[in-house]
Design a protein. Sequence first.
Length: 168
Amino acid sequence: MTSIISKILTPVPLTADAFAPFGAVFDLGKGEPGTRDAFAAPMENFRADAKLNVSISRPLPVPLPLTVEWLERHPHSSQTFVPLEMSRYAVLVCPTKDDGTPNINSALTFIGTANQGLMYKPNVWHHPFAALDRNGKSVMLRYDDGSDADTEWFHVENGPVLDDPDCV
């Protein structure tokens, strides 16, 4: 699948309210020692044979401006990222059009920080996880069964450009 679009997107700080239609943002930097924030982000699984995939992701930093070339979605599971070692990261999400493709004209983009975890709801089109500033490390959680149905990809031609690295 391919879409043609070209525009500049200026990211804004990642907040739970702004991101709510696409998932959850949870704070890793607050809380007293000896406490626990249970159910910080919901994990959904729509396939009985899928298993929780706990992965360690080590993204290399991407420079801004960043031209969007690929989007992904996970139709059967939510996907959560918990930064372990991170400076900032870029987030781009798109609503889905009636034909199932991403509505790139309505894309939203955010900058997350090291103390913010992020959960994408199932079936949300998003840019692959992109560290900014320096190498990163995060825990990724998603229910997978090892098939091609775990992740759908969408190639974007002349995609939007994320710019303004000093927005936060």
